[in-house]
Design a protein around this ligand. Structure first.
Ligand code: C5P
Length: 287
């Protein structure tokens, strides 16, 4: 058995997000383009023989057993019947609850990484199905490809998008995702569009239907969107709080990030079409 292995857990941006309906279980049907980006947490896996699952790093505000990282490992252990255990350590860079999918990506990296380390031989489809039990954004990270998504985000078609440089701003407040989805003023009836139409990009399709409600409820987010919008079209990712704009060059993105960083936590990230996790583990290398 290997001594230990460190794997990345990348973030995502929703390049567009339309809400096309409400389901009986209270969840919303979406159409979204998930783009994977090169901003990552890193998880170190140290195998153990006693079957125990431990997360050594503390994630603020989340109990050990409630952490998606621990829940993902336990779920896979139960599902596979493996008697092996794992010690997990996470080096966090992605803000929590910011719409970048950090928690979901951590869970996906645990599922894909443990499948490899415990030599379970499960398919990405099987892991994505398990991941969906942990959250609607987990499957895209399990499949590891920038994707067009429907349903609650689990019906995925891999796509190739342009790969700009993004300026990502966190306006310093936290957004309650359920309260945004429950807001009576939320647009819930966008007309479904085809994937081909979505891929053409541009206004009016590349919008986020959560944005109007989020701007109204959280004025600091409206302010940051307006500020970034002076330089390039700015948009919310997920239900926020993070927002982003795309630039053609790293230099252009860094110039704006330099200004933004005077007011808000800011990152520059590169758009990707495949996940660095899957690149590291050798998926997608052969036709
Ligand atoms: O799946 P996740 O835990 O991220 O969802 C958080 C909350 O957001 C859900 O409890 C639900 O209220 C809302 N949601 C929704 N429709 C989706 C995704 C999330 O209504 N497609």
């Amino acid at each position: 058995m290997i001594a230990s292995l460190t794997l990345p857990a990348p973030a995502k941006l929703n390049r567009m997000l339309h809400i096309v309906g409400r389901r009986e279980d209270g969840y919303h049907s979406l159409q979204t383009l998930f783009q994977i980006i090169d901003l990552c947490d890193h998880i170190t896996f140290t195998p153990r023989h006693d079957g125990e699952i431990h997360l050594t790093s503390e994630v603020s505000g989340v109990d050990h057993d409630d952490n998606l990282i621990v829940r993902a490992a336990r779920l896979l252990q139960q599902y596979s019947g493996s008697h092996l255990g794992i010690t997990l350590d996470v080096e966090k860079r992605l803000p929590m609850g910011g719409g970048l999918g950090g928690g979901s990506s951590n869970a996906a990296t645990v599922l894909v990484g443990l499948n490899h380390i415990w030599q379970l031989g499960l398919s990405l489809n099987a892991l994505a199905e398990l991941g969906l039990q942990l959250g609607a954004d987990v499957p895209v990270f399990v499949h590891g490809h920038t994707a067009w998504a429907e349903g609650v985000g689990e019906q995925l078609t891999p796509v190739t998008l342009d790969a700009p440089w993004f300026v990502i701003i966190h306006p310093g407040i936290s957004v309650s995702t359920p309260s945004v989805f429950q807001d009576p003023q939320l647009t819930r009836d966008s007309r479904p569009i085809t994937m081909a139409r979505a891929l053409q990009g541009g206004a009016p399709e590349w919008r986020n239907d959560c944005e109007a409600v989020v701007k109204k409820r959280y004025p600091p987010i409206a302010e940051a969107l307006d500020w970034l919008g002076q330089y390039a079209p700015s948009r919310l990712t997920g239900t926020g709080a993070c927002l982003f704009a795309a630039f053609q060059t790293q230099q252009a993105a860094q110039a704006i990030a330099h200004l933004s960083a005077k007011r808000w936590p800011t990152w520059v990230a590169h758009g990707l079409n495949t996940s660095p996790l899957h690149d590291d583990l050798g998926y997608f290398t052969k036709a």
